[in-house]
Ligand binder design. Structure first.
Ligand SMILES: Cc1cc2nc3c(=O)[nH]c(=O)nc-3n(C[C@H](O)[C@H](O)[C@H](O)COP(=O)(O)OP(=O)(O)OC[C@H]3O[C@@H](n4cnc5c(N)ncnc54)[C@H](O)[C@@H]3O)c2cc1C
Length: 374
């Protein structure tokens, strides 16, 4: 007889951790399986650590709704549990007439999305706030910030464990087979392959989430779940630029990302990135030959930086549903009952603003699970 559990969560990134806490709170038997030796070693620790306001996406999308809700939940959590953050604000800058028109559109989009604290800035107003930034106009978002993502992950992990979730590290899910109303889940660890039965399976496997859906038998091509990897590299600016900006400074957005932006860490260090390059494989190396492209991109609005002051730092990879040149794609957070997999919940394409939205995503999934056990 195989062991039986209520809920198996695949992946201990920020989504798996937050979801585990949310569900375990309702006294379900929840196990989280993670192939790495610890939590949060992939996309959740390879990002800009920005708490996004929710400006960019269509108002009825999950990306917007869960970002706006998640932002408030995250600030509350950070306040009540001493997780370091700074609500330092962000300015999206326009360096051409065309970009100025785009900023006005973003302002309208942000207002429709429920982001109430946006302000359009003239060149003079922008200069007063950010003397080192050169641009024609700006869009100020007061509720954007940065946080210590490692401490957030650590907190979510401890909280989930306190609520009763069990974590199984160094264990990869390698098979999922539907057995009427339950799933037989096959795992591989140092001792070999074994299996158990779970009533609910939550796929929070990040860059691997399309493959996990496929393992379970979902027709990934038909469902539109095939992921594209889109790499984002970062360069740091040397310490002489410590106070070069006071806020996060973003260019007007590009198609695949938010554009190479300037972030200030909680320690005051300034970082540039990420760029957005579609790649075939997961490789976290930073291509030093990108230095000049970074410099050219940021130098447009931060003219005083020098090429030799940029140092390669780290990279992350976006799990994108949107291929090169394709239109906007929302997060997939789906209970697969209609496709013939009751009890299987897929989270696919959880790219930015996934960190900001994590607590709201956990609540959303929590409601799906509650219905399954009603
Ligand atoms: C460059 C970049 C910048 C970003 N900047 C921001 C930002 O500033 N603000 C923001 O809100 N969001 C940002 N994001 C998005 C955010 O980082 C992600 O949305 C979020 O971290 C996704 O978390 P996750 O738990 O889904 O994925 P992950 O953190 O990747 O976790 C998935 C986990 O599943 C595990 N796993 C996979 N397959 C298996 C298997 N078969 N068995 C067991 N375990 C498995 C993996 O090992 C991994 O630990 C950024 C992303 C990138 C790439």
């Amino acid at each position: 007889m195989l062991a039986e559990i209520d809920v198996a969560i695949i992946g201990a990134g920020v989504i798996g951790l937050a979801t585990a806490g949310e569900i375990a709170q309702r006294k379900k038997e929840v196990f989280v399986f993670e192939k790495n030796h610890s939590f949060g070693l992939e996309t959740s620790s390879r990002n800009s650590e920005v708490i996004h306001a929710g400006i960019y996406y269509p108002e009825d999308s999950l990306k917007t709704r869960l970002c706006v809700e998640g932002k408030s939940l995250l600030y509350e959590l950070c306040d009540s549990h001493d997780i370091a953050y700074k609500k330092l604000g962000k300015i999206i800058v326009a360096t051409s007439e065309n970009e100025t028109t785009q900023l006005e559109k973003l302002y309208e989009q942000g207002r429709r999305n429920g982001v109430e604290d946006l302000m359009l800035l003239s060149r003079t107003e922008l200069k007063k706030l950010e003397p080192n930034v050169e641009a024609r106009a700006g869009l100020l978002s007061l509720s954007s910030g940065i946080l210590d993502s490692y401490n957030l992950l650590k907190f979510l992990y401890s909280q989930a464990r306190e609520k009763g979730a069990e974590f199984v590290f160094g264990t990869e899910v390698v098979g999922i087979e539907r057995m009427r109303a339950k799933y037989r889940v096959e795992i591989r660890d140092r001792e070999g392959i074994s299996a158990f039965i779970s009533r609910v399976v939550i796929n929070a496997a990040g860059l691997n989430s399309d493959r996990i859906a496929q393992l379970a038998g979902v027709d990934v091509a038909k469902a539109g779940y095939k992921l594209h990897y889109c790499k984002g590299e970062y360069f740091s600016l040397s310490s002489k630029y410590r106070n070069v900006v006071n806020r996060l400074i973003y260019p007007t957005p590009e198609q695949a990302g938010h554009g190479i932006h300037v972030t200030v860490g909680l320690d005051g260090r300034v970082r540039l990135g990420p760029n957005a390059r579609y790649v075939e494989a997961i490789d976290y190396g930073v291509d030093e030959t990108q230095r000049e492209a970074f410099y050219n991109s940021v130098q447009r609005f931060l003219p005083h930086i020098e090429l030799e002051d940029l140092d390669p730092e780290f990279a992350g990879i976006r799990p994108k549903l949107q291929g090169p040149g394709e239109a906007f794609q929302d997060f997939v957070i789906a209970h697969e009952e209609k496709t013939g997999f009751p009890g299987l919940i897929n989270l696919i394409g959880i790219e930015s603003p996934g960190l900001t939205a994590s607590l709201a995503i956990a609540r959303y999934v929590g409601r799906m699970v509650k219905e399954l056990f009603a």
